[in-house]
Ligand binder design. Structure first.
Ligand code: FES
Length: 109
């Protein structure tokens, strides 16, 4: 695979897994990657941790940075929140998350 590319596995709401290649040098986040592959992730707030339409569940043991207060506050108010809920827009695409598995949360946020 090209340098600066990682693979991100996204399980959609029908249970279908999509293996996506994502660049680590374009300052992207997971919400933007999903949208660029036309997966049904709305990203209504544009990545500001203010809508939860990018919520997903972390299904791999990938180590992620600690959640910001803004992300935790938003998840407090969101629907369908589980212990492994994350906001996709708050996960930067970096080499460290290569192979991450995320499942999209149901629509309704
Ligand atoms: S896009 Fe709105 S919280 Fe992530």
């Amino acid at each position: 695979m090209a340098e600066n590319m990682i693979t991100v596995h996204i399980i959609d709401r029908e249970g279908v897994q999509h293996d996506l290649e994502a660049p680590t040098d374009m300052n992207m986040n997971i919400m933007e990657v999903c949208r660029s592959y036309e997966l049904p992730v709305e990203g209504r707030c544009g990545g500001m941790a203010m809508c939860a339409t990018c919520q997903c569940y972390l299904e791999s043991d990938t180590e992620l940075a600690e959640q910001s207060d803004g992300e935790l506050d938003m998840l407090d108010e969101a629907f369908f929140v589980e212990d492994n809920s994350r906001l996709g827009c708050q996960i930067p695409v970096t080499a460290e998350i290569d192979g991450i598995v995320l499942r999209l949360a149901p629509e309704g946020n």
